[in-house]
Write a protein that binds this ligand. Structure first.
Ligand code: AMP
Length: 194
């Protein structure tokens, strides 16, 4: 895991109804701690976000929360994290999260998670970063999204390159294996953003 020391995780502000999703979130938090990979996340205590962060902290991991001022009370800013950054807005949150990461990952979530995930994919498309984007496809959660990407390609709105941005892992173990194989980023996000 030499190249990946920090993982930015996007996931739901709700915990969903599938216990296997929550179990995967806990397993990921614990696994990151055990491997000494820093967790960067949205900074809230609620939903899947809180579950990953709590599991990572309980296993002795390092957790960085990045939360917009507007959401400090709505998403219950997590007071126990190693580092909590309160930022001005949603855009700053996304920028600061990717700046701190060597890879990004999405767990099940809704519109906010989709927004963050798609922005990471489109930022990669325009060359703002070259970080691996891993989908934790627990119980096939991301299959409808992957079908939509394939549909966009089939309809001529992109090439197979679009699909190559997403690494799909069915389990936490597969995700860790993908991260272990990931090349080091070739440039810092900050260089291209400026
Ligand atoms: P959801 O998947 O809708 O439960 O949202 C998951 C997380 O995405 C929440 O922490 C939201 O605050 C966050 N989020 C929603 N919209 C945005 C946005 N435009 N930029 C950054 N984060 C967002």
């Amino acid at each position: 895991m030499a190249n990946i020391r920090s993982l930015s995780v996007y996931c739901g502000a709700r915990a969903g109804t599938n216990p296997l999703h929550r179990a995967a979130a806990r397993e990921l938090g614990r696994a990151l701690a055990e491997r000494g990979i820093e967790l960067v996340f949205g900074g809230g205590r609620v939903g899947m976000m809180g579950i990953v962060a709590d599991a990572c902290l309980a296993a002795g991991g390092r957790v960085v929360g990045i939360i917009p001022r507007l959401l400090v009370s709505a998403e219950v800013a997590h007071a126990q994290v190693t580092e909590l950054l309160v930022v001005e807005n949603m855009h700053e949150r996304k920028r600061r999260m990717v700046e701190r990461a060597d890879a990004v990952a999405a767990l099940p979530g809704a519109l906010g998670t989709l927004d963050e995930l798609m922005e990471m994919a489109t930022w990669r498309q325009i060359g703002l970063h070259d970080l691996p984007i891993v989908l934790l496809d627990v119980e096939g959660y991301w299959q409808p999204l992957l079908r939509l990407v394939d549909h966009a390609i089939a309809e001529g709105y992109g090439t197979e390159v679009l699909r190559s941005y997403f690494t799909v892992a069915r389990t936490v173990e597969e995700m860790l294996a993908a991260l272990a194989d990931a090349p080091a980023p070739r440039f810092a996000f900050q260089e291209r953003w400026a």
